[in-house]
Design a protein around this ligand. Structure first.
Ligand SMILES: [Fe+2]
Ligand SMILES: [Fe+2]
Length: 170
């Protein structure tokens, strides 16, 4: 179970790194528009999530993924590029990413059945709810109405799934 917990902490730490970088990138482009406060709200929550996993990695003496530089770069680039495509595209990116992460946290939480993991489970479920709130914000802000929404969602979600698989192991 130790290695299973290590995998959970490693991949979640990686994911939250990517997520906070996506919002950083979007804030860089759209920070001074009407979606700025919303993007900052989501970025701040991702930072809280990231800090939590950072602490847990230290506590469990688990190393972060070796792919950190890649997720930093990939997250930031994805944020900048989608924001340059417009506000709705930025929101479409959020829908795509948060749907995958929300489901990911939900599935991880379900694997934690032992009492000694109840605290981690609670954390994962709280974060799942935060991510689904982000998805709702993006849906309300017409992310689904960006041109090429379906293709964009497919591409981003495929990338997220590959990133998750890699970060569990590497
Ligand atoms: Fe998050
Ligand atoms: Fe999120």
């Amino acid at each position: 179970m130790k290695s299973k917990i290590d995998e959970i902490l490693r991949v979640d730490h990686a994911g939250e790194t990517g997520a906070s970088k996506i919002y950083e990138g979007q804030i860089k482009v759209l920070g001074n528009t009407e979606v700025g406060p919303m993007l900052r709200h989501m970025r701040d929550q991702e930072q809280e999530h990231l800090d939590t996993f950072h602490e847990l990695l230290n506590k469990h003496e688990t190393r972060p993924t070796a792919l950190m530089p890649l997720w930093n770069f990939a997250g930031y680039s994805l944020g900048v590029v989608t924001a340059l495509m417009g506000k709705k595209a930025a929101m479409a990116c959020t829908i795509a990413v948060e749907e995958v992460i929300g489901k990911h946290y939900h599935e991880q939480a379900e694997t934690l059945t032992e009492k000694k993991h109840s605290k981690l489970k609670k954390t994962l479920l709280k974060f799942r709810d935060d991510e689904l709130e982000h998805k709702d914000i993006a849906t309300t802000n017409e992310g689904e109405k960006t041109p090429g929404y379906k293709l964009m969602k497919f591409v981003i979600q495929s990338g997220c799934k590959v990133a998750i698989k890699l970060s569990e192991k590497i």
